[in-house]
Design a protein around this ligand. Structure first.
Ligand code: SIN
Length: 530
């Protein structure tokens, strides 16, 4: 056997590194990334970490803000745990030396973002919180944690009866296949932002963890809920990266080209309304032929407060001194993912998921700003505690092999850019039954149902990514068609109302079936499709 590990972590964002640093030093741990260690969505996160650290704030306020923004589609128990453990975890990180920003009196400086009733965002280096947090976690990584870069995990190793996960197959850049056996395999590989042409995500965010878990038979849920961030820098018909909500928290306002404010009469929180509301207003203005800007003229020392955004603007020929940043919405965060319990356990023993890859019930139908880094540090820590307590049992059992191999020539013919355009058109911010049906027809014609049952060893990195994007496209589009209502980030032009009858119902998908499940418990579920 080539490699035998205790814990194998796929991905290198905040959840992955928080887990890796807190695992027992007696455990043999590897972190595998298909890119390089400092190339993750977490690394580039601008916002910060939402946490109740101010004495005027209250855990209940943070819980309520989270649930209101996510339109009551949560596990309330998990939201309470996130907020409570989150406050403790942030305070611990600060005590351990996380270099957060402070005011002139040494108090933690707290930012404001959309749908938070008060300043609650802990940040570091202004808009460079992700980079500072990742560097801090990397410094703390124990020596026994091995980091493997440029190696793409593409298939979970299963026992012969496909009941248990016992490792993973990876592919190096030179095409060679590696086999890792592990007692615990953790998917922390982020979301699927790269499925859209307009996105804040890194291009390698192709939903690999979700596609692998789905192919292996795990339950996947809530995939119709994709958050579009309202403000991506928009230059020459393309989006160029995030302009943080913290800019509006510091006084920036959304205006059209004539200077009219977009959010003045739309929502009581105006420019800091929940993201799905702000993004929708910008979408409508742009669809009516207007250009949209963030007016930053009232923000003092913009360059100092937002060095990352200033650099991004300069890189693309936009002068912050002019005071108007052109923006458009783009995909940002996946609320759905692999179903997990409170420890991050999936429905397959031996397989775990944390961070954006997981569907833990904390984000509902629309994530509250800066709750994602929070989720990463909380679930990373909780899973570390759980794994540290597990007995050391060997899983050296025979593994399952696919009988048939995929037809690589067919995969080579598929076009990633065509898929991205179709996703934006049919499964973007505003959806309709008609367009969703047409898109699902296109996916079926492409062969998506066939690929989930075949071995993919023969494919290259790029082809595997493409295949995973197509699988995720199906996983997003099918529940988007089934959910005949608008809730949070899922907006249907033909069902524009948030329906009482859909309240608390989640669409669960596996390779065999699709179900509707009420809430986060196993009872009361209806099978839709076999
Ligand atoms: C932002 O800075 O606007 C994004 C932060 C987040 O998504 O939580």
């Amino acid at each position: 056997m080539k490699n035998q590990l205790d814990v194998l972590i796929i991905g290198s964002g905040i959840a992955a590194l928080q887990l890796a640093r807190l695992l027992d030093s007696a455990l043999h741990v590897s972190v595998i990334t298909k890119s390089v260690i400092r190339q993750s969505n977490s690394y580039w996160a601008q916002g910060g970490i939402a946490a109740v650290v101010d004495r005027n704030d209250h855990l209940r306020f943070h819980v309520e803000d989270t649930i209101t923004a996510g339109r009551f589609h949560h596990s309330y128990r998990e939201v309470e745990r996130l907020v409570e453990e989150g406050a403790t975890t942030v305070k611990q990180l600060v005590a351990e030396g996380l270099p957060i920003d402070r005011d002139e009196f040494g108090h933690i400086s707290l930012g404001l973002e959309g749908a938070h009733r008060m300043n609650r965002i802990v940040h570091a280096g202004g808009d460079a919180t992700g980079r500072h947090t990742i560097e801090f976690l990397l410094e703390q990584l124990p020596e026994q944690v091995q980091i493997i870069e440029q190696e793409m995990a593409y298939e979970l190793l299963l026992s012969v009866d496909r009941s248990t996960c016992v490792g993973v197959k990876t592919k190096r850049r030179d095409g060679s296949v590696q086999i890792y056996r592990a007692r615990h395999v953790v998917l922390a590989s982020g979301g699927v932002g790269a499925i859209y042409p307009f996105t804040t995500n890194q291009t390698m965010l192709t939903g690999d963890g979700i596609a692998m878990a789905f192919r292996a038979g795990a339950e996947i849920a809530d995939m119709e809920f994709i958050q579009f961030h309202p403000t991506l820098l928009y230059v020459n018909g393309e989006t160029k990266g995030l302009v943080s909500e913290a800019v509006r928290g510091a006084g920036g306002t959304l205006v059209d080209e004539a200077g009219n404010r977009l959010m003045e009469h739309v929502h009581p929180l105006k420019d800091l309304a929940p993201r799905h509301i702000t993004a929708y207003e910008i979408y409508k203005a742009r669809a009516n032929g207007k250009d949209v800007y963030i007016d930053i003229r009232s923000i003092l020392d913009f360059e100092k407060q937002f060095p990352t955004i200033t650099a991004l603007c300069e890189q693309h020929g936009i002068s912050v001194a002019d005071g108007l940043l052109p923006v458009a919405p783009g995909s940002h965060f996946l609320m759905g993912g692999i179903c997990v319990d409170t420890f991050g356990r999936t429905t397959i023993p031996g397989l775990y998921a944390i961070g954006e890859t997981a569907n833990s019930g904390v984000h509902g139908a629309n994530r509250l700003a800066s709750n994602s880094l929070l989720e990463g540090i909380v679930f990373g820590r909780r899973l570390a505690k759980y794994l540290n307590e597990q007995p050391q049992i060997s899983n050296a059992i025979p593994i399952f092999h696919y009988e048939e191999k995929i037809d690589s020539e067919k995969i080579a013919l598929l076009s990633k850019s065509e898929l991205q355009q179709r996703m934006m058109e049919a499964v973007g911010m505003i959806r309709s039954g008609e367009k969703l049906q047409a898109h699902l027809h296109y996916l079926t014609e492409s062969g998506v149902n066939d690929w989930i049952k075949k071995g993919i060893d023969v494919l290259s990195h790029k082809e595997i990514e493409k295949l995973f994007l197509f699988i995720n496209s199906y996983l997003i589009s099918y529940p988007a068609l089934l959910r005949e209502e608008s809730r949070g980030a899922h907006i249907r032009s033909d069902f524009s109302i948030e329906e009482e009858s859909w309240m608390g119902k989640r669409i669960i998908q596996t390779i065999q079936h699709t179900w509707i499940r009420r809430g986060f418990c196993e009872s009361d579920q209806t099978r839709i499709h076999a």
